[in-house]
Write a protein that binds this ligand. Structure first.
Ligand SMILES: [Zn+2]
Ligand SMILES: [Zn+2]
Length: 309
């Protein structure tokens, strides 16, 4: 049995995406695209807001050597991007949620909308019932765990709309990917555009309840990080970045809520969106949460990239 905590199954997500618009014309035209040149320049103005990656003992990069990925690498990789037909992010709660959990799921849907500048649809919760015995276990007292493949193979595919760029599901059950693992925070299938993540551990620190802001931040980080993978973004190692791999909740807590200059421009190009407009929307999200330091940071970044015209 593996005795260490396993986070996010990020490895399984890498390199699975195929570009839906993988045509010869796209292959030759995109790297020299005017928007690529413009965004390459813009990213320099954001460097001062981010710290170079600091790898500590036990961190993801100690045990998972990775190449990293610049903005230009991403463009060259012909990533999966939202298209006119598939441009919505669906958020689906699965199970019976407490008011505190439902609040976090609602805010996560709002944050995803600002973060990716894409339409987000929050669906009503679906019950989780009649889980087959071989798809569940009680490993710890009072903690019924459900196997991720039950969601990925049985529950999620029929829930996926045709216009979904991604279907992000949250459950309040603890999850495990296979019998030899203690637990997992979540798992996604890139090709199927679906993923399921558990809130169970995000609102706990050992025996204690996590405070509300930290519970929200962890959920926002997981939702935006995993959606980034669904748009073929690889892990980042240049900066302390939302798209860096994490090996533990402690490492997740140390990472910022936003993407670094390289990763911000990847999404700006892939969606596409105007960076200043996005920062304005993110500042508005934080203003509503009364998180003034996050709001101020987003407004400073908005000015750094030229402000909203
Ligand atoms: Zn990851
Ligand atoms: Zn990054």
């Amino acid at each position: 049995m593996k005795l260490f905590a396993i986070v996010l199954l990020c490895v399984a997500l890498l390199g699975c995406g195929k570009a839906p618009d993988d045509t010869p014309s796209n292959r030759t035209s995109t790297p020299k695209d005017e928007s690529v040149r413009r965004l390459s320049k813009t990213k320099d103005s954001l460097v001062r807001f981010f710290q170079p990656m600091d790898v500590r003992d036990g961190d993801w990069l100690r045990s998972h050597p990775e190449d990293g990925e610049t903005f230009e690498d991403y463009v060259e990789s012909r990533p999966t991007r939202p298209t006119a037909e598939r441009n919505k992010i669906y958020v689906q709660p699965l199970g019976t949620f407490s008011p505190a959990q439902m609040k976090v799921v609602k805010l996560t849907a709002e944050y995803l909308r600002a973060f990716y500048s894409l339409p987000v649809v929050l669906r009503d919760p679906n019950p989780v019932e009649k889980v087959p015995l071989e798809m569940q276990r009680v490993q710890y007292p009072n903690n019924r765990q459900i196997r991720t493949s039950y969601f990925l193979d049985n529950i999620l595919p029929p829930l996926l709309p045709n216009d979904a760029a991604a279907l992000i599901c949250f459950t309040n059950f603890d999850l495990y990917p296979e019998d030899t693992w203690n637990y997992v925070f979540g798992q996604a299938s890139l090709e199927a555009r679906v993923g399921v993540w558990s809130l169970w551990r995000l609102e706990r620190d050992g025996q204690k309840r996590t405070d509300a802001d930290r519970f929200l931040d962890r959920t926002l980080k997981i939702a935006t990080h995993e959606t980034g993978h669904m748009f073929s973004m690889r892990h980042c190692k240049k900066y302390e970045c939302l798209m860096s791999g994490t090996n533990s909740l402690d490492e997740t807590d140390r990472r910022p809520l936003d993407t670094c200059p390289e990763c911000t421009m990847k999404i700006a190009w892939a969606v596409p969106y105007q960076p200043a407009e996005r920062y304005k929307n993110l500042a508005e999200f934080w203003r509503k949460q009364k998180r003034s330091s996050e709001e101020k940071l987003m407004l400073e970044k908005m000015q750094a990239v030229g402000g909203v015209k």
